[in-house]
Design a protein around this ligand. Structure first.
Ligand code: BGC
Length: 719
C-alpha cells in the first residue's frame, strides 16, 4: 500500500479535520441512534416503492434527518420490477463514451436526473467510473473507457447533468473493481503508479470537476486490504487530496467486512444495512475500537446529504418522451461504424433480409443492477418498417416466432437462470438452413445480420461462445455472406454487444460493420437512421479491439479460464501497470483489429492550422476541422501528447484532451480548442507527480495511430 510519512498524512487530513463541522443535533443523539443513522434501512423495512429500489437511508426525523432514496443505475432509473411504471433505458456508458461528446454526456445525465427527481430518487447510483481493463469484465458496459481522461471528463459531465436536478450522483466502484469473478474479495495487486495514473485518475477528474454528492466504495481488496477499509483512500486521497465533500457509501456488501474499520476508513453509510451492523458499531465504540468522533463525522455528512436532497418526494409521473429523445440522440452518436466498403448508407428502395435474433429482439441494456425496464423498445425490424423499408416477411415470421417461443420456454422452464433475477434471458442464436438463406438472397436486395452479447453484474464473460463467435454465429455469418455475395448483393453486420469481441478473423467477410453496443430503448430507430444515412455515424471507439484476446496485456492476469481459487480469483496481479489499452498497443506497435479512437463516417474531415501555446501553467491547443466530403457530419478530435524521453518510462502518447464538433455541412469548418493544465502531463513517480521538461509531441486526430496533424512544444519550466 501507499506508504507516506505520518507528517504528510496529517497535512493531507488537515482540511478534512478542520472543516468537518458536527451539527449540534449529532451531539444530542444517543450512540445507538448514531449507529442506526449510518446503516442503510434494510429493504424489508420499507415497502417496495418505485423511488428507492436499491435501498434508502434510515430516517431520524426528531433530529431533522430525512430518508434518502437510492436508485440504480448506469443506464437510467431502475424501478421496481413489479411496478407498472417504466423509465427510459439510455445507452450504456461505453456507448455514451463512444460519442466523445461531453455536452451530450451532460444531456444524458440531465435526462436521467429529470426522471430520477420525478420518481422521488435522492441519489442515483451512477455513473460507473471504473476503467475497462480487460474485454471480459462483465460490467464493462457500465464503464466508459480504457482511458482515464475520457472516463473522467464524460463521467463529470454526466454527473453535472444528474445533479442539475437536485438529485445526487454516486460514482462507483471506488476502486479497482475491474472483474466480477470473486468481486467480493479478490485482492487487486497493483503498483502506486498504475493506481494513480489509470485507476484513480478518472475518479479524481470527476470529483474535482463535478463534485458528486456520493462515492461508492468497492467490494474488492487493494493490495491486501478491502478498499472499503482503506483510510488513505477514502479519507486521505478522496477528501484530503481531492477535496471530496460528499458521503461515501459501501457497495451492497456481499461478504463480511470489518464494520468498525469501514466507518473509521471514511464510509458514512453501510449498505444495504443490517441490525447486526448497528450492534457492531455500538460495541466498537463502547470498547474503544472505533472513536466516536468517526461516527459523528459520518452522521454529520449524512445530515448534509439529507439537506441537499430536501424533503423526500413520493414517486410522480415524469414525462418519458423527454428521455426517449435524448436516448435516441445518444444511441445515434454512440454507434461506431467499423467497416464500410461502400455498402452504407443503404440505397433507397429495395428490400432487406434481416438475420440474427437481435434484429428482432435488441439487447437494450445489461443485466443486474445496471438493468432498466424500458418504457418502450424500438426494435430494428420495426424501425425499418417505420422508415418505409420492406423486410423479408418469411424471415420476420421465423425470427419473431423463435424469439417469442424461446423466451416463453426459458421463463417457463427456467432453463437459463435469469441473471440476478433482473434482466432478460439470453437467447441463443438461431441456426438457419443454407437453403433458406439462399432463397432469401434471391428475393432480397441486401442483408443485415445483428449479433448480440449480453452481460451483467456478478459474472465475467467467457472466451468461448462469447468473446469469440459461437459456431452457429460463424456458420450463419459465412452462409449469409456467401449466399448474398454470390448474387452480387451486400451484407452489413450490426454488433449489439456488451463489450469488445473478437472480430479480426471475420471482419473482412461482410461489407459493413456497425457497432451499436447496448444502445438503450431507442436502439432500433438510431441504428436504422445510421444504416440508411438519415444520420451520419460519428462515434469513435473508447476501447481497443485487439486482434485476439491474448494480445491484451491483462489477458493472463484476468479470470479468463474461470478459476475458482488462487491466481485471478483470490488475487489478480495488475502486472501490465499503466500499459492498459492503447498505451500498450500503440507504444509497442502491436497491430490491432480497430484502434482506440477509431470510427468511420460517411464524409471525410481534415484538421488544419494547429496552434499550441504555452501559458504559465497550461497549454492551449487550437485547430480547425473542415468537412471535406459531401454529407454533413460531426468529427471527434483527440489531442494525444507524447512526453520527452528520459526520466520515467512513458507510453508513446496519452490522450490529454478531446472535442467534438457541431454538425458541419459539406465544406464547413469549426475551430476547436482545449486548455490542458501542465499538471495533466505529469506521471506518478517515486516522489509523487512529476511533469518532465523538454520537447513534447502532439498527435491530433481521434485515433492516435493515424493522426491528422502533429505539433511540438517545448516546456522548460513547470509551475
Ligand atoms: C452493485 C452496485 C449497485 C448496488 C445496488 C451492487 O451489487 O455492485 O453497482 O449500485 O448493488 O443495487
Amino acid at each position: 500500500m501507499m506508504k507516506r510519512p505520518l507528517f504528510t498524512i496529517c497535512l493531507l487530513l488537515l482540511p478534512v479535520l478542520l472543516f468537518a463541522e458536527i451539527p449540534p443535533a449529532v451531539g444530542e443523539m444517543t450512540l445507538r441512534e448514531k449507529a442506526r443513522a449510518v446503516v442503510g434501512l434494510q429493504r424489508k423495512l420499507f415497502p417496495p416503492t418505485n423511488n428507492g429500489i436499491a435501498g434508502r437511508t434510515a430516517p431520524l426525523p426528531q433530529y431533522g434527518l430525512a430518508t434518502v432514496a437510492l436508485a440504480d443505475g448506469t443506464a437510467g432509473v431502475r424501478l421496481s420490477r413489479t411496478a407498472p411504471e417504466r423509465s427510459t433505458a439510455f445507452p450504456d456508458n461505453n456507448a455514451l463514451a463512444s460519442t466523445w461528446d461531453a455536452a451530450l454526456a451532460r444531456e444524458a445525465g440531465d435526462a436521467v436526473g429529470y426522471e430520477a427527481f420525478g420518481y422521488g430518487v435522492g441519489v442515483m447510483l451512477a455513473p460507473g467510473v471504473n476503467i475497462i481493463r480487460n474485454p471480459l469484465c462483465g460490467r464493462n458496459f457500465e464503464y466508459f473507457s480504457e482511458d482515464p481522461l475520457l472516463t473522467g471528463k464524460l463521467a463529470a459531465a454526466y454527473t453535472d447533468g444528474i445533479q442539475s436536478h437536485g438529485v445526487g450522483a454516486c460514482i462507483k466502484h471506488f476502486t479497482c473493481n475491474n472483474q466480477e469473478t470473486n468481486r467480493g474479495s479478490v485482492d487487486v495487486r497493483i503498483g502506486d503508479r498504475a493506481l494513480r495514473e489509470i485507476y484513480l485518475k478518472g475518479f479524481e477528474t470527476c470529483i474535482r470537476e463535478s463534485h458528486p454528492w456520493a462515492v461508492m466504495s468497492s467490494y474488492n481488496q487493494v493490495n491486501g486490504t478491502p478498499a472499503q477499509e482503506q483510510e488513505w483512500l477514502l479519507t486521505g486521497t478522496l477528501r484530503g487530496e481531492w477535496g471530496f465533500d460528499g458521503i461515501v457509501m459501501t457497495d451492497w456488501s456481499i461478504t463480511k467486512h470489518n464494520t468498525a474499520a469501514q466507518i473509521h476508513a471514511g464510509n458514512d453509510l453501510l449498505m444495504p444495512g443490517s441490525e447486526r451492523q448497528i450492534e457492531e458499531i455500538v460495541e466498537a465504540v463502547r470498547s474503544g475500537v472505533l472513536p466516536e468522533a468517526d461516527l459523528d463525522k459520518a452522521v454529520a455528512r449524512l445530515m448534509a446529504l439529507s439537506e441537499r436532497c430536501g424533503t423526500p418526494r413520493e414517486p410522480g409521473h415524469p414525462d418519458l418522451a423527454r428521455g426517449a429523445a435524448v436516448a435516441e440522440k445518444a444511441a445515434t452518436e454512440g454507434a461506431v461504424l467499423l467497416e464500410n466498403n461502400g455498402m452504407l448508407p443503404l440505397p433507397p428502395g429495395g428490400q432487406a433480409a434481416l438475420f440474427g435474433v437481435r434484429s428482432y429482439d435488441l439487447i437494450v441494456t445489461g443485466t443486474g443492477s445496471g438493468y432498466v425496464k424500458p418504457a418502450a423498445i424500438s426494435q430494428l425490424y420495426e424501425a425499418f418498417h417505420r422508415q418505409g423499408i420492406r423486410t423479408d416477411a418469411e424471415l420476420d415470421e421465423l425470427y419473431l416466432k423463435y424469439v417469442a417461443f424461446t423466451e416463453a420456454d426459458i421463463r417457463l422452464n427456467e432453463k437459463v437462470k435469469i441473471h440476478l433475477g433482473i434482466g432478460l434471458p439470453f437467447l441463443p442464436e438461431l441456426s438457419v438452413s443454407r437453403t433458406l438463406i439462399d432463397k432469401a438472397a434471391e428475393r432480397n436486395d441486401y442483408a443485415v445480420l445483428t449479433l448480440g452479447r449480453s452481460a451483467g453484474e456478478g459474472v465475467d464473460r467467457t472466451l468461448k461462445d462469447n468473446y469469440y463467435l459461437s459456431d452457429t454465429e460463424k456458420e450463419l455469418l459465412r452462409n449469409v455472406c456467401e449466399a448474398f455475395h454470390a448474387k452480387d448483393k451486400k451484407v452489413a453486420v450490426v454488433l449489439n454487444i456488451a463489450g469488445v469481441i473478437e472480430a479480426a478473423s471475420w471482419k473482412d467477410l461482410p461489407d459493413a460493420i456497425l457497432n451499436i453496443w447496448f444502445p438503450g430503448q431507442e436502439g432500433g430507430a438510431a441504428t436504422c437512421a445510421l444504416l440508411t444515412g438519415k444520420a451520419n455515424p460519428s462515434g469513435r471507439l473508447p476501447v481497443t479491439f485487439a486482434r485476439d484476446y491474448f494480445d491484451y496485456p491483462s489477458a493472463l492476469d484476468f479470470p479468463y479460464d474461470k478459476p475458482s481459487e488462487g491466481k485471478n480469483y483470490d488475487y489478480t496481479d495488475y502486472s501490465e501497470g499503466i500499459y492498459v489499452g492503447y498505451r500498450h498497443f500503440h507504444t509497442r506497435g502491436i497491430p490491432v483489429c480497430w484502434p482506440f479512437g477509431y470510427g468511420l463516417s460517411y464524409t471525410t474531415f481534415a484538421c488544419s492550422g494547429v496552434k499550441v501555446k504555452k501559458n504559465r501553467s497550461s497549454l492551449t491547443v487550437s485547430l480547425t476541422v473542415t468537412n471535406k466530403g459531401d454529407r454533413s457530419g460531426k468529427e471527434a478530435v483527440g489531442i494525444y501528447i507524447g512526453a520527452p524521453s528520459g526520466g520515467l518510462d512513458k507510453p508513446a502518447v496519452e490522450l490529454k484532451a478531446f472535442a467534438k464538433t457541431a454538425e458541419l455541412a459539406p465544406g464547413a469548418s469549426e475551430t476547436v480548442s482545449a486548455e490542458i493544465p501542465l499538471s495533466e502531463l505529469a506521471s506518478f513517480g517515486p516522489r509523487g507527480w512529476e511533469t518532465a521538461r523538454g520537447e513534447y509531441t502532439l498527435r491530433i486526430g481521434a485515433d492516435p495511430t493515424t493522426p491528422q496533424a502533429t505539433a511540438r512544444i517545448s516546456i522548460k519550466s513547470v509551475r
